[in-house]
Design a protein around this ligand. Sequence first.
Ligand code: ARG
Length: 284
Amino acid sequence: MDTAGDPQPPITRRATPRTVLMCRPDHFTVSYKINPWMDPAAPTDTAKAVAQWQVLYDTYVGLGHDVHLIDPIDGLPDMVYAANGGFVVDGKAYGALFTYPERQPEGPAYMDWFREAGFDVAVPDEINEGEGDLLLVGDVVLAGTGFRTSTRSHDEVARVFGREVVGLTLVNPAFYHLDTAIAVLDPEPVEGRQNIAYLESAFDAASLEVLRERFPDAILVDEDDAAILGLNSYSDGYNVVIAARATGFERQLRERGYNPIGVDLSELLLGGGGVKCCTLDLRR
Ligand code: ARG
């Protein structure tokens, strides 16, 4: 069930224009396997990936978001998943230090972009995959661990940003990044609160307890929607760009007064990523 108790009075949702970074998948393919979604033997279609990505880009522009682009680099097929490129809050960009060697060159490439764009760059000492595992909700950073980002990096994030960091442990390899298991629905507070959606089975018991306590009104997404990375979505507080096939999540969002917008990123799903993976928040 996704509703708790009695019907709530309707909340007026408000879209806030966002500034994001994206990377066109000109060199996208699946040539190695670092998550269960990836199968290097299965064919990929780079032109189709670009066409699907372009729809996401156009959707953001149509919603009034300010979309910046980083140049894709040949030989870095996962660079399209810009969320992993860093974690940017208050004009400060904490760089990524990737778990697997195949993606490690992306860290410096994104840090160069942040510097050139005028962000104050914090070079990481600890393994982390940026906003894939670090989600800002209000003043708090929800920080994933278990598959990629280390708990030592959670401490580093707390030091760099002077914010509370809440560690959450992921237990299912299909949901290896926090942004595959949690969607932040309210980038700004609504009536003093910010809500999330999540997949309960993706977390260990202690983390679940934390989530239930902090987010009693959260949308609980079902396994079918999560299994197509439906949670890997991007909200401006009203419009929520989601995987078009996540029809249950779409209905849950509508019931809460959000405006879900479906896109098809089936080709990028072959690399284990969806809408949010392709989107890095740039918060000045
Ligand atoms: N193939 C990429 C990897 O496994 C996909 C990254 C998806 N990004 C995300 N923010 N969940 O690293």
